[in-house]
Design a binder for this molecule. Structure first.
Ligand code: PAF
Length: 295
């Protein structure tokens, strides 16, 4: 179905309509909004897996028009990161989105998103929340994410936008941006989709060799151990963090951090009543894996 409710196969052999042009996108969504149809957005960088498809399914429940964006955002990659090698699987992504009953795919060119280039784009900074944890290991990463998500929100003007809980800090950064900039969009988080052995699904899992793939579930296992300790009354967060860090090293990973934080703002917890999240990031071969569990 198109945003206006008629069937179409234009734009792609897969059955989902692909739009690359901003004026076309706006015209299409204006007619949907005029017909009182709620627009649900799933922003992605493509290379879709079951985790992304769960976001589309949630969007399908929340909106009458489901739109996914596919844009590998150069502004959120550091100079030595994997922008060039990031897996691009457009045709396969379209087939998956069509199967998940996504209505529209917006796949803009770089110049549509960054008309004067990413280096001089007007930026969105989320201080503190965007500077800690992954923001410390990947300086500028959350500036890149907040900037592009804000641009996508301005282009699509969705009623609701759906993101994965796996990227827990990203989700909080986006919620904070929406709050601070008084944007009129509801942000919905969706539970992490995992492989049978617990590894959180991620496009970057493709970088793991067979031997590394066998070691990778240690990250989730270690998070679950930390959660069990906290649930059974452990109050010494430094000890939980040190144990988690050591367990990841023993499993052959190179941790960036293993931290117990306050779930609402990722600050160190002070009050015993604080809701907690345990977050980990670790390198394994060419992949940098992240995961978290709420307590
Ligand atoms: O989570 C992602 O895939 C990206 O960070 C996002 C939200 C699509 C922004 O480029």
């Amino acid at each position: 179905m198109t945003a206006s409710g008629t069937s179409t196969r234009e734009g792609s052999a897969s059955g989902v309509r692909v739009i690359r042009d901003l004026d076309e996108l706006r015209a299409c969504l204006d007619s949907a909004r005029a017909a009182q149809r709620r627009v649900a957005l799933v922003p992605t960088m493509g290379n879709l897996h079951a985790g992304h498809i769960a976001l589309v399914h949630r969007a399908r429940e929340l909106g009458e028009v489901v739109i996914a964006t596919i844009f590998v955002n150069p502004f959120q990659f550091g100079a030595n990161e994997d922008f060039d090698s990031y897996p691009r699987t457009f045709d396969q992504d379209l087939a998956r989105l069509a199967q998940a009953r996504c209505d529209l795919v917006f796949a803009p060119q770089g110049a549509t998103v960054y008309p004067h280039g990413p280096d001089v784009i007007t930026r969105v900074e989320v201080p503190r929340l965007g500077d800690i944890l992954c923001g410390e290991s990947r300086p500028g990463f959350f500036r890149g994410v907040a900037t592009v998500v804000n641009i996508l929100f301005n282009m699509v003007q969705p009623d609701v936008a759906v993101f994965g809980n796996k990227d827990y800090q990203q989700l909080l950064v986006i919620r904070r941006m929406v709050d601070d900039l008084r944007l009129r969009v509801r942000i919905e988080g969706v539970a992490t989709v995992r492989e049978a052995d617990g590894l959180a699904m991620s496009s970057r899992n493709a970088y793991l060799s067979a031997a590394q793939r066998e070691r990778a579930p240690a990250i989730h296992r270690t998070l679950l151990e930390a959660r069990a300790a906290l649930r059974s009354g452990e109050r010494d967060h430094a000890r939980v963090q040190a144990r988690g860090h050591e367990a990841l090293v023993r499993a052959g990973l190179r941790p960036d951090y293993f931290q117990v934080r306050r779930a609402n703002d990722l600050e160190p917890a002070i009050d015993p009543g604080d809701a907690l999240v345990v977050l980990a990031a670790a390198h394994l071969g060419k992949a940098r894996l992240i995961d978290n569990v709420t307590v």
